[in-house]
Design a protein around this ligand. Sequence first.
Ligand code: NAP
Length: 347
Amino acid sequence: MIGVSIVGGSGYVAGDLLRLLLAHPGVEVRQVVSRSNAGRFVHSIHPNLRGRTSLKFEAREALAKVDALILALPHGEAAHSIESYAPLAERILDASADFRLRDPALYKRFYGDEPPAPNWLPRFVYGLPELHRQEIRAARYVSGVGCNATTVNLALWPLVKAGLVDPLLPVIAEVKVGSSEAGANAGESSHHPDRSGVVRSYAPVGHRHAAEIRQETGLQNVHLSITAVELVRGALATAHVFPSARLTEKDLWRLLRDTWKGEPFVRIVHEKQGNFRHPEPKLLAGTNFADVGFAVDEDPDGRPRVVALAAIDNLGKGAAGSLVQCLNLMLGFDETTALGFPGLHPI
Ligand SMILES: NC(=O)c1ccc[n+]([C@@H]2O[C@H](COP(=O)([O-])OP(=O)(O)OC[C@H]3O[C@@H](n4cnc5c(N)ncnc54)[C@H](OP(=O)(O)O)[C@@H]3O)[C@@H](O)[C@H]2O)c1
């Protein structure tokens, strides 16, 4: 059994990591560290885990050496303390944005400050298996992914890979997001009467995940807007791309099939009929799937447009699911281990 410990234990990402890893046949969850709940049962904070574990949260000082350590801490915390975590584990995965960007200048531009641990940036591999599978297999250190960035990166990737995005024209990506993206700590914006029912332009410009999209797609002319909607889990990207060549429905089908062939967690959703013709985050709650789709506006009078779509569970493929997928790759397990949950319908 491979020992895995988790830091940031009361958080939503930690909760989903526990849900997945407690069912992993090759992993034993050894310790769950909590700053605020040490001594309490894990299920007192993550009630869905009642009967699944008798672990109690432990203090940071009690953290022992382990095969793999997963940090699920707020932004900045992992970078400030990475030197103290590194001796504890051969492999470290970090859910935060602290180690996602390779270029310190890009980090500074989007996060406002110099990266706190710049020497660690090149040691981490960006934890999106669909783009970095081989590097992740060989890595000691893997970052998590931004959930919004992941929807846009997966929506755009077939067009980017094929060189079909016109670099002179902007790509505009709008992502609709659920409330769990904001984490477990309640704030003014998550107060139920204020959050419930919203279609809130949360970040029409300036969202930090644009940095990860630029890094991963190589597109500099890509722009991101985030809208908070009535969902707990889920994110849906709608990206408008003006391709460098005229593309038909058939071309897009072929492109997506070629790109995602053999990917266990990417599904092409593009149906002619029914309620679920396009990717729909509601169906993905609790899963590690990314559903991708498209629509083509051939507009004979103007510039043809491709609408690239992708939906995920922000805590699944957008965080804990991807981290478990990476852990599987790093440890030589089948990549899909513990990630088989197909979701619920109806939900
Ligand atoms: N939520 C998402 O959809 C999502 C998606 C992708 C990536 N991420 C990233 O994953 C990380 C964890 O996200 P999350 O949603 O699980 O956040 P969260 O619910 O706020 O959990 C973070 C946990 O970190 C612990 N912590 C340790 N030091 C802290 C400090 N100084 N201030 C506040 N909390 C502290 C707390 O748990 P204890 O009190 O038990 O220590 C807290 O519950 C973040 O960096 C986030 O950006 C989140």
